[in-house]
Design a protein around this ligand. Structure first.
Ligand code: R2B
Ligand code: URA
Length: 291
């Protein structure tokens, strides 16, 4: 079993007669406990195709014979359950992930799960790393390179810390085997193009290569080793909720060398599979230790 978790859950939920998890197409009136109570590893990734692939690989790795069919509706997210593992897609960017994290956390609360962790498995742009390296995040950083996530609530900005669970990160690191892995900070931005200092967006940027490289150098100095579009929100949500969370991202490119992911489709698949494989190696080892 994973460590016991007490979610800092919204007390107002107990006042609801029923809670419809609209984007998942599931409701608290269903027997969620019966379906999801044994889920210990809640794995999230951007793409629905990769969520299905990860579910299939989990079934193979853990030797679990279940049909790989989504639970709930698939209009927004695709959710699979394979033994102790949930594999669910979250879309691209923080607004989409935020909705999923809210509804997923309520689902886990209604399912009365006591021991679990959240793991985001994704892709990213590397900062000073050989493409294909997998980064386990220590801290989320925002695009200003601060260890905070900022959320506007009713016109006022709230600031939340973005420290990830060091013990979970260490446990995953120890499962690395031959996969090239390192620990580092991860920048979460609100855009793929100018938000990540790219010079290849559709509109003329008001900066050039020199400014971009200076930003990447500064990021590197502050311990950032990769850049994606969810880390700061994911880390802040896990911190606020009291849920152990980890972010495991493959790097598709080295941003010091360019903006475009020019590796072959096969290489890109291989890179993102390395992140999935690391998480599967961790889950397998963890189950041997704790079950
Ligand atoms: C990584 O890849 C996506 C953009 O290509 C985005 O969701 C992210 O964080
Ligand atoms: N995902 C990102 O957000 N940025 C990259 O450079 C690659 C993948």
């Amino acid at each position: 079993m994973r460590k016991e978790v007490t979610i800092r859950i919204n007390p107002h939920l107990s006042e609801l007669e029923s809670d419809y998890l609209y984007h998942l197409g599931l409701s608290s009136t269903e027997d969620l406990k019966k379906i999801f109570n044994g889920a210990q590893y809640i794995c999230m990734g951007g793409s629905p195709v990769r969520a299905e692939e990860f579910a299939r690989k989990t079934a193979e790795t853990l030797n679990i014979d279940v049909p790989i069919v989504p639970i709930g509706k698939t209009e927004r997210y695709s959710l699979y359950l394979v033994g102790p593992v949930i594999s669910v897609s979250h879309g691209m960017g923080m607004p989409s992930l935020s909705i999923l994290l809210n509804e997923m956390t309520k689902l886990i609360h209604y399912s009365e799960n006591k021991a679990f962790c959240y793991i985001r498995i994704g892709t990213s742009g590397g900062i000073g790393l050989e493409p294909g390296t997998v980064v386990i995040s220590q801290n989320g950083l925002n695009a200003k390179l601060q260890p905070y996530f900022e959320q506007d609530v009713m016109g006022e900005t709230r600031t939340y810390p973005t420290q990830l669970d060091p013990e979970l990160a260490r446990e995953i690191y120890e499962s690395r085997g031959h996969i090239p892995v390192l620990l580092g900070n991860t920048i979460g931005t609100n855009d793929f193009y100018e938000g990540q200092g790219r010079c290849d967006g559709a509109l003329p940027p008001d900066y050039g290569e020199k400014e971009k490289l200076a930003y990447l150098q500064q990021a590197y100095k502050q311990g950032a080793r990769n850049m994606e579009m969810e880390a700061s929100l994911f880390a802040a949500f896990c911190c606020r909720a009291g849920i152990p969370g980890a972010i495991i991202c493959a790097t598709l490119i080295n941003r010091f060398n360019g903006d475009q992911a020019t590796s072959t489709p096969q290489q890109l698949t291989q890179y993102s599979e390395a992140a999935q494989n690391l998480v599967l190696q961790f889950i397998k080892a963890d189950r041997n230790t704790h079950n």
